[in-house]
Ligand binder design. Structure first.
Ligand code: ATP
Ligand code: MG
Ligand code: MG
Ligand code: MG
Length: 343
């Protein structure tokens, strides 16, 4: 009997368009001799919509419904995704997808699901909380200031400038795909950047800007954790923003990264340590900065990284000998293992 895979995509966060691309990739790569797939779209308002049942690879030109194209008559109660023995793949990024909320919902439904558990998702989605956890296990990070109460902003701007210097990067604590992030070169820009980040979250992180290469490590596992050789995001822009990530396609990936073995091994160790510290389950992409003088900083952990066939995470595993389709199978196994341990 084929196993049932339930794909959830879209979602309420500003990263919903990235999710559509990841979900279409998964749907096209699944081994249909082993799986049949139920797909559900979550609209930007949070409604669940039945988006099809797939028994075979869809045509390359077929596209999943989006907020512009979905069939309103197919809206259904969220809990109607339930099916006994099915495994859910929440291919969702950002708040309400990667932050523990959908994971909590799936726990209540008693469905096994791929990816982070509630703690792993919520801690890594909140960049401020994540910093505290990484600190506690001695994983190096760039100096930062956390704004958790926007009322204190006026005094904090001066204090922050003094502590971090310029440039700084200003980020909403809960987001991804560089949404709401800006670089500030002076106090006036810092004030504007805080305002911009504040559109997405009331918790804001300000970091010292570093001149660094961006190196990423893929991690997979529950209790037993495996990591990959790192890859580099090679870019001709200093700031890997939304435009360069998804619109201009102005990056290439160097896999494995052209750095010495000692540095790569150190990064893998930091990645695994940080992953364990956040109660890592399923998968994560750990993003590092490697500065021009060889310093390593962990930038962040993405608990549900971009998952198209051309995304860094699956490509890092391909370099380790695990194909995209096998990676999906492995993730299903990890989901079932995690589920059976809890029951
Ligand atoms: P993702 O899409 O990986 O989830 P994100 O929205 O969580 O990204 P970050 O990875 O924290 O955001 O930052 C986005 C980009 O901004 C980085 O890839 C890097 O190019 C730049 N950046 C962020 N912080 C710094 C910093 N402290 N110094 C230099 N560049 C930075
Ligand atoms: Mg991120
Ligand atoms: Mg992300
Ligand atoms: Mg990032």
């Amino acid at each position: 009997m084929k196993k049932k895979l339930v794909i959830l995509y879209g979602g309420r966060s500003a990263e919903r368009e990235v999710s559509v691309l990841s979900a279409e990739s998964v749907l096209k790569a699944v081994d249909y001799t082993a799986f049949s797939v139920n797909v559900y779209f979550i609209t930007k308002d949070g409604d669940f919509v039945a988006a099809g049942v797939f028994e075979a690879t869809p045509h390359a030109d077929d596209h999943l419904p989006t907020n512009e194209t979905y069939d309103k008559s197919k809206v259904m109660p969220a809990s109607a995704i339930y099916e006994k023995d099915a495994v859910v793949f929440p291919v969702l990024h950002g708040p309400m997808g990667e932050d523990g909320s959908i994971q909590g919902f799936l726990e209540i439904l008693k469905m096994p699901y791929i990816g982070p558990n509630i703690t792993h998702a919520s801690v890594t989605m909140d960049k401020i909380m994540a910093k505290h956890v990484f600190e506690s296990v001695g994983v190096p990070q760039v100096p930062y200031v956390a704004l958790t109460n926007l009322v204190e902003t006026a005094e904090k701007i001066k204090e922050t400038a003094k502590k971090l210097g310029f440039p700084v990067f200003v980020k909403p604590a809960n987001m991804g795909s560089s949404v709401g992030i800006s670089k500030a070169e002076n106090e006036a820009e810092l004030a504007a950047a805080i305002k911009e980040a504040g559109l997405y979250d009331s918790r804001i992180l300000i970091e010292r800007g570093v001149n660094a290469r961006e190196i990423e490590v893929a991690v997979l596992g529950n209790e037993t954790v495996a990591s990959t050789w790192p890859g580099e995001v090679v870019k001709d822009v200093a700031f890997y923003d939304y435009q360069s990530k998804y619109i201009d396609n102005r990056i290439t990936m160097d896999i494995p990264a052209k750095i010495d073995t000692q540095t790569m091994t150190q990064m893998r160790t930091f990645a695994e340590t940080a992953y364990r510290a956040v109660s890592g389950t399923g998968l994560s992409r750990c993003d590092f900065f490697l500065t021009t003088d060889g310093e390593i900083f962990l930038n962040e952990i993405n608990a549900i990284p971009g998952f198209t066939q051309f995304s860094m995470y699956p490509l890092l595993w391909e370099n380790m000998g695990i194909s995209y389709a096998d990676l999906i199978k492995k993730l299903v196994e990890l989901a079932e293992q995690k589920f059976s341990e809890r029951e």
